[in-house]
Design a protein around this ligand. Structure first.
Ligand SMILES: [Zn+2]
Length: 249
């Protein structure tokens, strides 16, 4: 049961047939791990806290720099130099004191990630590099935890959803088998704020849909967003039976 304060706070969710009190309780019981509190993690965490995801775990090892403020909308000029996860945690609790927020102020290695995944219902990959994405993907495949991946560079965004609780799910490594090829990142190539904001916001939307039981439109698909034309391209991601991470051969 939701209490009176929650009924008021989430009244616009409760009006939706697809959410209702059952859906809101599912959000309240959800545990989501968000890795990376930059341009993707900012809007994703703000929306998920506001939506009432009951347990949020935030992971990032960075402190806030002036050059982050152009797109990482959780942070203000006064926050420069402070820890991203600590500032985000404080702001999420200001938005919604009803939820629990925990911060991990370091770069998680495989062991800690594996331990965190035993407590997570779903993971949002909001990191900015291929090496981290491969590490997170492998951990989620091994732990059978659903993974929503966002990425953005210049005017382009990528969005994918892999439900690793399903045995026949493809994985990020099926799509990008090499981690060496792509060295582009926002630091050396640039990024438009609203593009990364669009992708992070859609990651949050997919999380909400997942927990209220709505089907995802992006499961096992790569969605590519072009911020210049506002066109989307969709590619089906097939499982690679020889994949080193999720293959059975
Ligand atoms: Zn795979």
């Amino acid at each position: 049961m939701l209490n009176d304060a929650e009924l008021l706070r989430y009244s616009r969710h409760l009006l939706l047939e697809d959410v209702g009190e059952t859906g809101q309780l599912a959000l309240k019981n959800a545990k989501v791990l968000i890795i990376g509190m930059g341009g993707l993690g900012s809007p994703a965490s703000l929306y998920l806290a506001a939506a009432g995801i009951g347990h949020l775990v935030l992971s990032d090892f960075d402190s806030i720099e002036v050059s982050n403020l152009q797109r990482q909308i959780t942070y203000q000029s006064d926050d420069v130099g402070d820890s991203k996860v600590e500032v985000t945690k404080r702001k999420l609790q200001q938005i919604n004191p009803e939820i629990k927020v925990r911060s991990i102020n370091k770069s998680m290695q495989a062991d800690q990630l594996t331990m965190e995944l035993t407590m997570a219902d779903l993971v949002l990959d909001c990191t900015d590099n291929m090496q981290s994405r491969q590490l997170i993907n492998k951990a989620c495949v091994d732990a059978k935890v659903p993974l929503i991946v966002g990425a953005a560079i210049r005017f382009e965004g990528q969005l994918m959803f892999f439900d690793h609780s399903e045995a026949d799910s493809p994985c990020y490594h099926c799509l990008f088998p090499s981690s060496e090829e792509q060295t582009l990142n926002c630091s050396n190539s640039g990024i438009i704020g609203p593009v990364v904001g669009t992708i992070g916001t859609l990651q949050a939307l997919e999380v909400i849909k997942y927990f209220v039981g709505l089907p995802s439109g992006i499961k096992n698909k790569l969605k590519l967003f072009d911020g210049k034309t506002l066109d989307w391209q969709t590619f089906v991601i097939n499982k690679d039976p020889t994949c080193k991470v999720c293959g059975h051969l």
